[in-house]
Design a binder for this molecule. Sequence first.
Ligand code: ADP
Ligand code: MG
Length: 255
Amino acid sequence: MSEPIIKFDKVTKKFGDHVVLKELEFEVQPNEMVTIIGPSGSGKSTILRILMTLEPINEGVVYVDGEPLWHEESNGKLVPASQQHLRKMRSKLGMVFQQFNLFPHMTVRRNLTEAPIRVLGLSKKEAVERADELLDMVGLADQADKFPAQLSGGQQQRVGIARALAMRPKILLFDEPTSALDPELVGEVLQVIRQLAEQHEFTMLLVTHEIPFARQVSDRVCFIDGGAIVEQGPPTDILTEPKKERTKEFLHAVL
Ligand code: ADP
Ligand code: MG
C-alpha cells in the first residue's frame, strides 16, 4: 500500500475540558473516497475542520501529503507550524460546507476566480477560463453572471463544489453537503459528487447521512461515535452487515 495522504496519529482535540477526539488514529489513501457517518456531535466536522486548519489540535500529529500539518520539522524535531507552512498545507485541501458559504456580493463566476487570482496568482483570463470549465462541469455554464441569492440551494452548492475545485486541491472535504437542501435538490448535488468520486482523481472525505449514496460511491465507510472510530471498512460490510451494536443502532435510526 502507498503512503497515506491523510494520517491522524493519536490526535486529541479538546474544547475546554470537553475531549472531542481522543487519540484518534485515522488514515486515508491517495485517491480514496471515504465516507464518515456518525451521530450528531460525534466529531465529524471537527475532523474536517482540523484538516482545513480551522481548528488547532491539543495532542498528536496530523499528516497531510506526507508532511505534518500543524507542525514543521526543524532539526529533526516537530515545532509549531508557521503561517507560511499552514498556507502551503491548506492549499492542498478544498472544502464544501453545509451552508454553501458563497460570497453573496460576487457573481457566480467571480466566486470561482477570486481566490485563484489572489492566492494562486492566476491571471484573470486563466482564472475565468478555469471557472467557466468548472461551471460547465457542474451544469451551471448559463448561471455565471448571476449572484448566489438568485440560484436554488442545489445550484449554490454545485457552485460551492466548483469553487473548491478552482483551487486545484488534491483533497476534497465535504461536510454534509446536502443537509441544508430541500429533498428534491439533493440528487443534483450528489450527482456531481458521484462524478468526482468516479474520476478517482481526488482524495475525498465525505460526511453525510445519505446512506444509500455512501453505499454506492465510497471505497470505505467509517462510523464514528464519541470522537472515535467504532468500525470501518467497505460499504457492503459497514452499511449492510455492521458488526458493532452501536453501528446497527445508528443505521436503524437513519435509514
Ligand atoms: P459532528 O459534526 O459530528 O456533529 P462536531 O465535530 O461539530 O460534531 O462536534 C463535536 C463536539 O464538539 C460536539 O460535542 C460539539 O458540541 C463540540 N464542539 C464543536 N465545536 C465547538 C466549539 N467551537 N466550541 C465548543 N465545543 C465545540
Ligand atoms: Mg457536523
